[in-house]
Design a protein around this ligand. Structure first.
Ligand code: SAM
Ligand code: SF4
Length: 321
């Protein structure tokens, strides 16, 4: 079992399989990075799997594949299959922009993927184009349909930005409810890779706007999850993810692994330890020690939105968000 010094059990590993992306979302990768990590520095699927196995053996129960855009890395279903075959009880999820799901959703489901979180910030083609800086609307809609058809458990992630898509809070809610997907409104996190002058809505503003259209009540915070959940009168659940909230980190149960093998205890902080050499040397004992060390030294909490405290300069497309 992995437990940090604040007595939080760590059971969730987010694995970024690539930092590359086929979108240029203004809040994440507004411009193509100056340099991509060279391919030889990336861990192969076999190497990622070698570390994932060690994590599972030590108590990880949930794995989420993310990126960059994870579906842009070829044969992602092979990695899913390796994990699923090794530990069928482990809950495997994917976070994706949905663009490549039309051809991949069924394959991934067959390989053992259980859930998929799809980022959808707008139901308007022009607004989607503006945010992603690419005309993606139709294909993302098809991707969402393919995920639902494949029987994956779908959630919709929406980042709400003032003056850009804040008039779509209710339409996005209705859309997600209709397709049977939980929607989670994610607060925009300030970072140096985003376009200047973006401003996110805080969750209480989102909740106020929704509350004018739908009666709902808060339900218990997801066990060890980051979302605050709400339930409408007809039993639909939706959530907000509020990294700016003071108690956001009290139930944090996660670690992040980048595609080049840096293991990160908290998105907010610069601190990371590489497992690459240990894995490439076949030294499982060393990799397990690094895992334990990163867990023990997991920071107590983030400082999003607190002025004059420096945020890690690592991009979300490297850490997987
Ligand atoms: N490309 C995939 C996608 O977009 O879903 C996976 C990687 S992306 C970095 C993971 C999540 O981080 C997405 O839901 C995205 O909306 C979110 N994200 C990226 N930048 C963000 C920011 N500045 N603030 C809040 N959420 C952000
Ligand atoms: Fe790519 Fe996802 Fe970042 Fe958008 S949020 S640029 S889709 S990694």
């Amino acid at each position: 079992m992995l437990r940090d010094k604040f007595n939080r059990e760590v059971t969730y590993l987010r694995v970024s399989v690539t930092e590359r992306c086929n979108f240029r979302c203004r809040y994440c990768m507004a411009e193509k990075p100056f340099n991509w990590v060279p391919k030889e520095n990336l861990l192969s699927y076999e190497e990622l799997f070698a570390f994932i196995k060690i994590s599972i053996d030590n108590g990880i129960r949930k794995i989420r594949l993310t990126g960059g855009e994870p579906t842009t890395r070829e044969n992602l279903d092979e990695l899913v299959y390796m994990i699923h075959t090794y530990a069928p009880e482990v809950d495997i999820g994917l976070t994706t922009n949905g663009y490549l799901l039309p051809s991949l959703a069924h394959k991934l489901k067959k390989a053992g993927l259980r859930r998929v979180n799809i980022s959808l910030d707008s139901l308007d083609r022009t607004t989607m184009h503006y945010i992603a800086q690419k005309d993606v609307f139709t294909q993302v809609q098809e991707g969402i349909r393919a995920a639902v058809d494949a029987g994956l458990l779908v959630k919709i992630n929406s980042v709400i930005l003032r003056g850009i898509n804040d008039h779509e809070i209710v339409p996005l809610f209705i859309y997600a409810k209709e397709i049977g997907a939980q929607i989670r409104y994610i607060e925009y996190m300030e970072n140096s890779h985003a376009s200047n002058a973006l401003q996110g809505l805080r969750s209480d503003e989102v909740i106020d706007i929704l509350g004018k259209s739908y009666p709902f009540i808060p339900i218990n915070k997801e066990v060890s999850g980051p979302a605050n959940l709400y339930e409408t009168l007809d039993g639909y659940h939706f959530g907000t993810i509020e990294p700016h909230r003071h108690d956001f980190c009290t139930t944090c149960d996660r670690l992040r692994l980048t595609a080049e093998g840096d293991l990160i205890g908290c998105l907010y902080f610069e601190g990371a330890k590489s497992i690459k050499d240990a894995i490439r040397d076949g030294n499982s004992k060393k990799a397990a020690e690094i895992l334990e060390d990163v867990v023990i030294n997991k920071p107590e909490k983030n400082f999003w939105g607190i002025e004059n405290i420096e945020v890690s300069s690592r991009a979300f497309y490297r850490t997987g968000g």
